[in-house]
Ligand binder design. Structure first.
Ligand code: GLN
Length: 485
């Protein structure tokens, strides 16, 4: 694709050119549709695209613009992960269970984006019900990494990250329960922000693990992540976990902040640089930390001593909550129904046919962890560990403003490499799940590429509601955007 094709533009650039009437919404949407037409067969980033609806929305945006409407994202197309409800569009969660389901309503994030004039273009692939780290559990087939099609795009928001990286989207929304925004962003070389728990409404996000889930942006630049977070954040009466706090004001903060990092303390947790961390990932992450030092940041050692218990705690809490959340797929209220003699048999057949292997594994694990006799031993203990992890972060943030480390222990792995070994797949989430357990915010920002050319992200973690200063540090360390061949 020509680098000057609108599909290759950043969100900020697209917004500015539309406002200046250098380009029409129709031209932007056509460019994105053309890119999808050309590459989606190979990458499988989108599960579905309604081109007619997108073109109609573009036409409407252009009309509004000609009447003097200047809504901030008027005519900007944005891709949405297929577990976030968009009115009249499919919402499959990459599951056979919801393969034919269409949402009758907008999620709050969709409604907020619409209110800014944005066009919601396309439904992005994911691991089934967002359970996974590679987008290989999708009932619609895996997403391929645009940097190397033999490798995974990461997960569960693999479709969002691959689309943004390969210029099949201007920007996208993902969801992050234990790393699903940050890890695919790291694997694909884009920016992925997991906001603070309570920052963004989950109304209309299909629930996986409700005490951990959060929606956030996957974008080409840090500035774009700031723009998108500002657009979707805020208290929502329909989601009682959203917090009544001042708006994040991320874009303003980036406009006014200086480019250097003087006065910023960056904490390096020793526990994040241990065995299992790929040498090239470590080299690139340490390189970014050195650059932070050169920009004036003070680098301090911090400790997150309970990190080694995070995976066990997360995979108990997440599966326990998932087992409850997924009980609603019973063949009666939503999606698939497999008829059978009697209602119990109908439930069993429907759930057996509708859910894939990984989702069934997690429902069984979670049901076991919550069952009488095991509850104290598993679920309750996991919750206690969670408290310790939260305290680790609170203590670390007394000594630093932002924590820096890897996003994942390795660059993108090969398709199939971890699929038969769930434990290995789960262990790869070691650096991302603690952030969700603690409810704080974190971003993955490109740190460079390995000798084989694979992108690697740097993870920056901030305290609750610290997005504006987090993104300021991310922007200072951001490298010139690279796009896959
Ligand atoms: N890989 C983690 C899991 O499988 C995280 C997924 C997510 O953040 N949705 O649970």
């Amino acid at each position: 694709m020509a680098m000057n094709a609108p599909a290759a533009w950043t969100l900020a650039e697209t917004r500015a050119r539309l406002a200046a009437r250098d380009v029409s919404a129709r031209e932007v949407v056509e460019s994105v549709l053309e890119a999808i037409e050309r590459r989606n067969g190979e990458l499988n980033a989108y599960i579905s695209v309604d081109a007619d609806a997108a073109l109609a929305a573009a036409h409407e945006a252009d009309e509004r613009r000609s009447r003097g409407d200047s809504a901030p994202l008027l005519g900007v197309p944005i891709g949405v992960k297929d577990n976030i409800a968009v009115r009249d569009a499919p919402c499959t969660c990459a599951s056979r269970m919801l393969a034919n389901y269409r949402s009758p309503y907008d999620s709050t994030v969709a409604a907020r984006l619409r209110a800014t004039g944005a066009i919601l273009l396309g439904r992005l692939n994911l691991d089934e019900f967002a359970m996974g780290s590679s987008t290989e559990t999708s009932a619609f087939g895996p997403v391929r990494n645009p940097w190397d099609p033999e490798r995974v795009a990461g997960g569960s928001s693999g479709g969002s990250a691959a689309a943004v990286a390969a210029n099949l989207a201007i920007a996208a929304l993902g969801s992050d329960t234990g790393g699903s925004i940050r890890q695919p962003a790291s694997f694909c070389g884009c920016v992925g922000l997991k906001p603070t728990y309570g920052r963004v409404s989950r109304y209309g996000l299909v629930a996986y693990a409700s005490s951990l889930d959060q929606i956030g942006p996957i974008t080409k630049t840090v500035l774009d992540a700031a723009i998108l977070l500002d657009a979707i954040a805020g208290r929502d009466p329909r989601d009682s976990t959203t917090l009544e706090v001042p708006p994040p004001g991320c874009e303003r903060a980036l406009e006014t902040a200086s480019q250097d990092l003087r006065g910023v303390r960056i904490g390096i947790p020793g526990e994040y640089f241990i065995g299992g961390l790929d040498a090239e990932v470590e080299r690139l992450v340490r390189g970014a930390i050195t650059r932070a030092g050169a920009l004036g940041a003070e680098i301090v050692a911090v400790s997150l001593p309970h990190t080694r218990h995070a995976i066990a705690s997360y995979y108990l809490i997440a599966t326990a909550e998932a087992s409850a959340n997924l009980a609603r797929y019973d063949g009666v209220r939503y999606g698939l129904r497999v008829s059978a003699e009697g209602v119990t048999e109908m439930y069993a057949r429907t759930r057996g046919a509708g859910f894939g292997l990984e989702v069934r594994r997690r429902i069984i694990l979670g049901t076991h962890a919550l069952s009488a006799g095991y509850y104290d031993q598993y679920y309750l203990r996991a919750q206690k560990v969670r408290t310790l992890i939260r305290r680790d972060f609170a203590a670390a943030f007394e000594r630093c403003d932002v924590i820096a480390g890897p996003v994942a222990p390795t660059p993108a792995f090969r398709l199939g490499e971890n699929l038969d070994d769930p434990l290995k797949m789960y262990l790869s989430d070691v650096y991302t799940v603690p952030v969700n357990l603690a409810g704080v915010c974190a971003v993955s920002v490109p740190a460079g590429r390995t000798s084989a050319g694979l992108p690697v992200g740097l993870q920056l973690i901030g305290p609750a509601m610290g997005e504006a200063s987090l993104l300021r540090v991310a922007r200072a360390l951001e490298r010139e955007r690279e796009t896959p061949p």
